[in-house]
Design a protein around this ligand. Sequence first.
Ligand code: DGJ
Length: 714
Amino acid sequence: MSVKFCSEKNIFHLKTKTSSYIFRVMPNKVLNHLYWGKAVREYVNFEEVDYNPDSILAEYPEYGRGDFRDPAYQIEFENGRRLSELKYVNHNIYYGKKSLVALPSTYAEKDTEVESLEIILKDDFSSLEVILTYSVYEEYDAITRNVKFVNKGNESVQLNRALSLCVDFETSDFELLHLSGAWCREKHIFKRELQMGSQAIESKRGISSHQHNPFVALLSKGATETIGDVYGFSLVYSGNFLANVEVDGFKRTRVVMGINPFDFAWEIREGESFQTPEGVLVYSDKGLGKMSRIYHKLYRERLSRGKYRDKTRPILINNWEATYFNFNADKIVEIAKAGKELGIELFVLDDGWFGKRDSDNSSLGDWFEDRRKLPKGLKDLAENVNKEGLSFGLWFEPEMLSPDSDLYKEHPDWCLHVEGIKPMSGRFQRNQLVLDLTRKEVREEIIKRVSDILREVPISYVKWDMNRALTDVGSIGLSAKNQKETFHRYVLGLYEMLERITGEFPEVLFENCSSGGARFDPGMSYYMPQTWASDDTDAVERLKIQYGTSIVYPVSSIGSHASTIPNHQVSRMEKMETRGLTAMMGIFGYELDLTKLPEEDRIVAKEHVALFKEIRETVQFGEFYRLLSPFEGNETAWMFVNEKTKEVLVFYFKVLAEPYVNGRKLKLQGLNPEQKYLINDKEELYGDQLMNIGLDIKNEFGDFRATFWRIKMI
Ligand code: DGJ
């Protein structure tokens, strides 16, 4: 049993394989958080004292009744009253996990793998009910949380803040880790000591964003990849989010996380309810590496869905950096043919195949083939690519509308906008408008246009792109008083579209994209098993982006391609060897004009494609270990261990060459000390040597070096 209730002391103990999460109902019926950390047998010996609401460890704190830290929620009644006090009424414990209405969430395949606890709370001053749900994945070692507000009264209640979770800690001796950056620099790792006051990681852009990811971790001081306590907080949501970490005057820490209250309000009418997104809590007693592996397994196996969840993914060639908008059917077939010669399996036709799109300033919304570029149509092109022996994939940006499009002419009011104000669609909005997905008729038309193509053309892969943040946030489908629901309703509308389209086309592999990784979050990973990690394809930049992304997201979800030199984002010149080995951390592919590949690169690429086919099961479904961080020096190293394939893969990268230095040893992780390993078919070494002494690395000349070891368990 992973949820235990002690009725004598009113204590709830949620227990995973290595952690305990404990809270109780106090005599005044208020919930009191007690502990989250390394597993304990029980927690019973506390003394009943007169609790100060401002310092008590709270479980889901309200506003206005003596706790002056961040509240978990805020409500407002029609008469202006904003006070509430949640009191315990009862609880249910059951095996399994309910899915959330209209929102993505982790799931159970067998009821026995998860046990759930629902705590029913009621506001002392009104008929508002609040249900806190916890689901305990004992074996996966994770706990999920969500909250439902139910209006049982006979007047509307407005939610001004409705976060998914709050966790209080007794101390503030932590470092805060978050994944932040910008376009082409996504998910860089930032770490800082906690300070008095609030430190917020958030998005106000309507998407989870390049700038911040809906994830934070608290690390005990000195924690590393392999040692120390780490507490991870991840939110299954793709819109505006807030993760706020507050250190109070008692040097205690409060972490709250959920939909960003910024420009948010929600009216819960009589008899209706509001569901928050899911938060996923992971505790690790063995540093960041273990935390990441817990998230990887859970998200790979119990968040991601569909036919491709457990399948190795095809090696692809995408034409974006090869041609941008300038292509025709013959060019595409030539690239596909060159791909086939290398052993590539999937051709992806990127932006520019529809309407009259010769640049980024037209045609979004007109999802009809461009006969100027494809005289015999898309179907004919896809069939020709198929004839060359590759499957065919297609790019869409379904959420957008170009002012220069037929769809806009027909429906100029279908974009997010505020009446009387021209919505922004300039260069910084990539010359496009955002469709108002809060409106059913808009969603239906786009679903129809995308589905028609998926039905007609033999398409086995879709890249679902989204290239601008939300401005002019308002919907003519909502009343004046409900305008602050627009941001969240947009996300709900998007999720509905994704559920319908991915549900109707289960054979299609979907890849998520948002100008690279601007919406690489667990919400999108529920619908699409892989995400294009960044528009930056430079190998050196990718070391950081992919390393940072791996803090939460499984390697099986990270799209990475080798591209041309000079690189299009930074003009750097790395050898094909390095470009290929870097891109092998994830869903491997190419994004360059294969018809122009120099012969020596073609040879390397062919070897890489053949190699990746052999190792991809280990890469995509193995355990991932980070060995050297690109954020801490000139070297990066990572490795994969897969018990099923009996294989270990080690990748080492050195960015700048150094003169007059010795070689070094690279200590591996995650091996069996007693096991013998065969290195590159040559040397036999025991796991204890590889982990404690390490692999020998020669000092090589030349910048941007990559080395790879293939190791067999023997
Ligand atoms: C942004 C994506 O991240 C790119 O890979 C490419 O698909 C472009 N959009 C196309 O407009």
